[in-house]
Design a protein around this ligand. Sequence first.
Ligand code: ADP
Length: 174
Amino acid sequence: MSRRIELVTGDITTHEVDAVVNAANSSLLGGGGVDGAIHRRGGPAIGAECRALRASRYGRGLPTGEAVATTAGRLPARWVIHTVGPVWSEREDRTPLLRACYTNSLRVAAELGAVSVAFPLISAGVYRWPKRDAVVQALDAIRTAPAGVDEVRLVLFDDASRAIADEVYAEVFG
Ligand code: ADP
């Protein structure tokens, strides 16, 4: 497979890619963290499309693990792909849902014709997924997803997450 996976540090809203993935919440109405940053910087067109999607298809919310695309508004990208990560649970293994976020986002991206996609570290913020395992699942799900998108970036927001991701990357690909 020819997919390239690159680790980068910084703010995902500055990335020039075909599709930026948003760690949304199921309401699709915006929130904090990366979701807030994407809506702020992308402008109101994203929220308007999200509200339309709620009205037409997701009245009960976007289910965890699923993905749906909207315009990217003023972001330097063509689309935002919204996906809802699982909240970390001590009692229940929600790993398949976390991995589904990556594979479903890549499927939606491929359907759109996107060649390059940037992901944040889904569920690793407010949803409390342990960082190291969030990176393990992200890299492995991206690596093993069906072909279709050639260039994937995993965007780490801070240096500490980047350091963890570098270690995991070496283990997974080294
Ligand atoms: P979730 O609710 O899925 O946990 P969060 O947005 O709270 O989503 O956090 C997901 C990850 O995104 C965290 O690792 C957080 O540090 C990171 N993050 C927050 N803002 C940005 C941003 N502007 N660009 C990239 N990553 C971000």
